[in-house]
Design a protein. Structure first.
Length: 313
C-alpha cells in the first residue's frame, strides 16, 4: 500500500496525503527542571540552554498527564522523544513513565547529559527504550554514562557538536576518548573528512544571490542592459567573470556569511544572466533565491573549509 488513503473497498486510491492524521513521533516534554543545568556544568561546557535549565524551576510532568497523552497516542503514534527542561532519566517517576509507554505500545527514546546515569537506569533503558543519546560534555560523567548504557546493551548514540571551535579539541583529545566506545574509530585517520551540506533558500532582501550594492557590478549590469547582440554577450561574460572573482563584494549578501569562500553555479543559460543584470540595474532583488552551504571538516589536516554556493539565475 503506497499512500494509505483508501477507497471504500479498502484499496489504495493513489492520492498522496497532505499530512498524516496523527504525528508518527511526538516530543513529550516530561521535565520541568534540570539537575545538570542547576549545577552550572552545562553552562560551563559552553551550552546555551533554550530552556533556561540553569534558572527555571518547574515541576516535572505528572504521571497522570503523561498517561493521558500516551493514551491518546496509542495505536496512532509509534515513538516518543522524551524531553523537556532536563534529563528525562532524572524524572522522579521515570520507570513508571517507561512502563506506560510499553503499556500503550509506544517506544520511548531520549537524550541525556548522562549526569545522573546509574546502572539501574541503564537497565530500565535496555528494557523499555529504543535508543538513548548522550550529549558529549567532555566530562567524566559523560563517559561513565555511555559506558553504563553500552554495558547494559542499550543502543547508544553520542551527540557531538562539531564546528570550527571544536575541531582542535576533537583532533587532540576527543578522538582517543571516543575510540573507547566505538570499534570503528581507533584514530583520527579512521575519519578523514565529513562534509555537511545545507540547502538554503530565502525571500526578499535576504535572497540576493549577488550584492546589489556593489557599484562596479551594477555598472557592468548597466552595460549589459544598454547593449545587444555580440556586444551584450561580451558584457554578460564580463559580468559573470566579475561575479566569480573571489574578490567580488558578494560578502555583502547575508547568505553565506561566516563562510570562507563564495562560489557561483551557473547553468549556462544566458537568459538567467540577463534577468540578473536587469535586477541588479533596477535595484529590485529576486523574490526567492536558493543555494547551498558546505562545510568540509578535514580531520587529517585539522581544518574546516566552508563555502557558500549560489545558483546564478
Ligand atoms: S542539560 Fe539540557 S535542559 Fe539542562 S541546562 Fe543543559 S541544555 Fe538545558
Amino acid at each position: 500500500m503506497r499512500t494509505g488513503i483508501l477507497d471504500r473497498n479498502g484499496k489504495d486510491t493513489g492520492v498522496d496525503p497532505f499530512m498524516a492524521s496523527y504525528p508518527h513521533l511526538i516530543d513529550v516534554g516530561i521535565m520541568g527542571h534540570c539537575v545538570h543545568g542547576k549545577t552550572g556544568l552545562c553552562a560551563k561546557a559552553g551550552i546555551g540552554c533554550y530552556q533556561s535549565g540553569m534558572l527555571v524551576e518547574q515541576p516535572d510532568m505528572t504521571v497522570e498527564d503523561f498517561r493521558w497523552i500516551t493514551g491518546q497516542s496509542s495505536g496512532r503514534c509509534n515513538q516518543f522523544a522524551l524531553g523537556g527542561r532536563g534529563d528525562p532519566d532524572q524524572h522522579e517517576n521515570f520507570e513508571e513513565i517507561l512502563m506506560i509507554c510499553r503499556e500503550y505500545n509506544i517506544v520511548p527514546n531520549f537524550t541525556t547529559s548522562g549526569y545522573g546515569m546509574t546502572s539501574r537506569i541503564a537497565d530500565l533503558c535496555k528494557k523499555y527504550c529504543g535508543a538513548v543519546a548522550v550529549s558529549w560534555y567532555r566530562n567524566e560523567y559523560t563517559q561513565k554514562a555511555i559506558r553504563l548504557l553500552l554495558d547494559a546493551g542499550v543502543k547508544t548514540n553520542i551527540h557531538y557538536v562539531l564546528g570550527k571551535n571544536s575541531i582542535d579539541i576533537l583532533v587532540l583529545e576527543d578522538v582517543s576518548k571516543l575510540a573507547q566506545f566505538s570499534k570503528n574509530i581507533a584514530s583520527i585517520n579512521d575519519i578523514s573528512k565529513i562534509t555537511m551540506d545545507r540547502n538554503h533558500s530565502a525571500w526578499g532582501e535576504f535572497s540576493e544571490e549577488v550584492a546589489d550594492n556593489d557599484p562596479e557590478l551594477c555598472e557592468l549590469a548597466q552595460k549589459v542592459n544598454n547593449s545587444s547582440g555580440d556586444e551584450q554577450e561580451t558584457a554578460l561574460a564580463e559580468m559573470l567573470a566579475y561575479i566569480r572573482k573571489p574578490s567580488s563584494m558578494s560578502g555583502f549578501s547575508r547568505f553565506g556569511e561566516d563562510h570562507d569562500d563564495f562560489r557561483y553555479k551557473w547553468n549556462g543559460d544566458w537568459n538567467d544572466l540577463l534577468a540578473l543584470a536587469k535586477r541588479l540595474w533596477s535595484g529590485y532583488g529576486a523574490d526567492e533565491e536558493g543555494g547551498r552551504e558546505h562545510d568540509e571538516i578535514d580531520f587529517t589536516r585539522g581544518i574546516v573549509e566552508s563555502y557558500a554556493e549560489y545558483d546564478l539565475k
